[in-house]
Design a protein around this ligand. Sequence first.
Ligand SMILES: Cc1cc2nc3c(=O)[nH]c(=O)nc-3n(C[C@H](O)[C@H](O)[C@H](O)COP(=O)(O)OP(=O)(O)OC[C@H]3O[C@@H](n4cnc5c(N)ncnc54)[C@H](O)[C@@H]3O)c2cc1C
Length: 600
Amino acid sequence: MPIYRAPVEDYRFLLGEVFEIEKARDLPGFTELSPELVDDILNGAARLCEDVLHPLNQSGDEEGCHFENGGVRTPKGFPAGYKAYCEGGWNGLSAPESVGGAGLPPVITLAVSEMAMSANQSLAMYPMLTQGAYGALLETGAPWMKEQIATKMVSGEWAGTMCLTEPHCGTDLRLMKTRAVKQPDGTYRMNGTKIFISGGDQDLTPNIIHMVIAKIPDENGQTHDDLSTVNFFLVPKFLVGEDGAMGARNGVVTGGIEHKMGIKGQATCVLNFDDAIAWRLGPKLEPVKPGEKRSTSAGMAGMFGMMNAARIGVGIQGIAIGEIATQNGLAYAHARRVGRALTGAQEPDKPADLEIVHPDVKKMLLQARSFVDGARALTVFTAMQMSIGHSSRPEAATAALLADLMTPVLKAFGTDMGFEAANLAMQCYGGHGYIRDNGVEQFVRDARINMVYEGANGVQAMDLVGRKLGRKGGAAPMALFGLLSGWIAENEKDAAMAVYVAGVKRGVENLQGATLWLAANGPKNPNDAGAGATEYLRLMGIVMLAYLWGRMAKASLGKDDPLHRDKRMCARYWMERMVPECPMLLERIQAGSATIMELQ
Ligand SMILES: Cc1cc2nc3c(=O)[nH]c(=O)nc-3n(C[C@H](O)[C@H](O)[C@H](O)COP(=O)(O)OP(=O)(O)OC[C@H]3O[C@@H](n4cnc5c(N)ncnc54)[C@H](O)[C@@H]3O)c2cc1C
């Protein structure tokens, strides 16, 4: 069975030594965040993930979910694992205290998410989706929904889902067909089919709160292939009265579950809405002038909030699978004997040396490790920017821009590279990784979906290049380059930092070159932007990790224990082996779209 040790020491290093959250007590949710409390939370989460969730991961994959009598049964042990998670209060970590949560900032909640996703992505997704759903409900719901429904979701008594995808559209939601028609009592009747709904049904909770997008027909009874009539709704599996009492079964029918490549313990459902009673969320719909159409319905803001949180959550899933896979690859390379070290036998009394002596094996593991630790730092960086963005600090607006800019990077770079890390770890096992017994091929299968759902990675790249770069006159990339050049200027006179500063500088020059090229060519030919978007996102990911490795190296200077030595080693690896990709990515972007667009 695979091993898992939660990266508590790494979080302590990041939060305490690199980001120094002790000095950030002015930020929302940080007031009570003493090092002792942070330690307690990290250690508590580690125990739950190592002892309860992780032991159910391989068995959950083997057994999968069952669709029986119109409902879903999750794998053996999942209901107890879910109960332990909720009873520990982990489901409400990020929720405000007013609804029974702990009100902790994202820098802590995302750390706990990572551990849970490493330990058991399938199981951890049920509460993760609930957290996204109650977050959106708290933003957009009526007071009775917050009091009677959100509180039960915060405790984990009820779960939540997000229902966007339909058979003919996942990315292009303009084309959705699900309709909701207003009733005299102010509720709506919903009809349509949603597919691929994670946690769409399960046996963990007695009720499920579906957060659904659907179209409200206009005054002529028409819907349109755009977002003008799309709205955001709450649709419970069992109806809920304003007093919180659970009533009759609503018209939400589970049509079946998908048989899929990975995350087999997670129920991916077809949901049919057959005259389901729905409540519209968000501000009141203002009438539009005759002959005019809404560009986007007001209620969509709640959905976008939920999706942004979920994008970061999925990026963390990528990092999390990379973490557990790397731990196992490293352990195997320290146990398997194969060949001799190139410079002569390391253990001549044994028939062969350990696999870890081979440079190629070390390189695979360093590639995986330097990504995982670097991307974890990017998560903490982004979480800090989110909190600063919500504070009264003078840099709040810039921080919010940076958090927004990093959202697609974390999602796509985190999951592309997380999959690569899982693959590299599997390679360390040779043929023993490809067979099922060792459990490492599960990581590759589980990690693959992270690149697809919550917006395919190519779509994330288009969001970065097409929307985020140019918004507000390019304010976000300007803020980023200000931050990076400020760090370079601060450190370039320090001889001990020379190798790291040189790496960041090289990365930044290429990222600036690519940004200017896209700004000059994208508006003239959008295909040029589209053809280079994925490379641009990867380039930004590499440069951000170079910057964060620079910061981690700085925090490790002069400290000679294994943790800090390893951090400096990984930082040098990133500068030597990943930063050289930057000029190549720039060249690819500058190749433009002409050849690519020839493909019919
Ligand atoms: C296991 C699983 C769980 C899921 N969970 C949920 C859930 O809980 N709720 C939910 O609503 N959905 C869920 N989904 C659906 C998922 O979000 C969609 O599958 C995904 O967004 C892609 O949509 P699609 O499959 O319709 O692909 P399409 O939209 O048909 O896209 C196909 C491919 O075309 C490319 N592409 C499309 N548009 C563009 C573009 N504009 N620019 C560049 N490339 C583009 C991308 O490479 C994409 O992968 C889940 C899916 C799976 C498999």
